[in-house]
Design a binder for this molecule. Structure first.
Ligand code: GDP
Length: 284
């Protein structure tokens, strides 16, 4: 039903897609939120609240299922969050260390967030986008099969640490699950797990293993939908509605609001930064 309503609206949308495509590419170069604030309202909404922008193309009765404003920060808070992620002499953002086992992880009292997702989901790209205002931070990529995969720790000022977990997938080494599982189960300062799902593909069997892990350990986690620039609006909406339904009906620990992002258009990145800053207490 929703799909039929969608199709109708999407035709109209496609007519303007070339123009919108140009707009989004233009805005992708905007890095600081101060620059984003100067954009016309419509572009700003598209860039900062991609879910709300999608909502405009939904038939009204599908809307209550979507948690569009569960996390609805002010533009001022988003601006403040941006500065948390901006490196300066007073706000050092650095790669800290890597670890193969939890007992080699830095012992830290700061709040921590971690990013997990299957290989190729867009995790390194997303971390690079989050750290775009900290150009010295190098997101390490180890993709060669057979190479030991590690957890990489980053320190974001005096606020929090961010952990890049190795990508999972059918090539993941056997000890990988042990590493991730132990970390998720035992890391005391872990405040939130960000589970990345490719918005083009949807939730895969391997994603389900990670979801089950988070559910089993009673972890609070958040689903981030990557690569939203790659799909047509219709496909993206279909995926978002399916994933939202899954979150609403099959999960306990997942934050109800989805976070769609694109590193190409930079859509959703500022909101995600603000969410991270918020849950780590960095905006106090
Ligand atoms: P990882 O294995 O999870 O770290 O994935 P990468 O960040 O290396 O991304 C895998 C592929 O997806 C690369 O070719 C990226 O350029 C591409 N990619 C990542 N994010 C996006 C996105 O937001 N939009 C598009 N179009 N491609 C993306």
């Amino acid at each position: 039903m929703a799909a039929l309503g969608l199709q109708f609206r999407i035709k109209r949308l496609l007519a303007t897609s070339t123009v919108l495509g140009r707009l989004s590419r233009a805005s992708s170069t905007s890095q600081t939120f101060a620059e984003v604030l100067r954009l016309p309202q419509r572009q700003l909404t598209k860039l900062v609240y991609p879910l709300q922008e999608l909502q405009q193309h939904l038939v009204p009765d599908t809307m209550p299922d979507l948690h569009l404003k569960t996390f609805d920060p002010s533009l001022e808070d988003i601006t403040r969050a941006d500065s948390v992620f901006a490196a300066s002499p007073r706000n050092r953002i650095d790669y800290l260390s890597s670890a193969e086992r939890l007992d080699h992880a830095p012992a830290l009292s700061l709040p921590e967030v971690c990013f997990i997702g299957r290989s190729n989901v867009g995790k390194s790209s997303l971390l690079k986008a989050l750290f775009s205002l900290a150009p010295d931070v190098e997101v390490r990529v180890s993709k060669k099969p057979g190479h030991t995969k590690k957890m990489n720790f980053f320190k974001v000022g005096k606020y929090f640490t961010l952990v890049d977990m190795p990508g999972y997938g059918y090539r993941a080494p056997e000890d990988f699950v042990d590493m991730v599982e132990t970390y998720l189960k035992e890391r005391r300062n872990l405040k939130r797990t960000f589970l990345l799902v490719d918005s083009v593909v949807g939730i895969t069997k391997t994603d389900n293993i990670a979801i089950e892990m988070c559910e089993e350990f009673g972890l609070p986690y958040v689903m981030v939908l990557t690569k939203i620039d790659k799909s047509s609006k219709g496909h993206l909406l279909k995926q978002v509605l399916q994933i939202q339904k899954f979150v609403n009906t099959q999960t306990q620990g997942c934050f109800p609001q989805l976070f769609p992002v694109s590193v190409v258009t930079y859509s959703g990145i500022h909101l995600l930064k603000c969410f991270i800053a918020n849950i780590t207490g960095s905006l106090k």
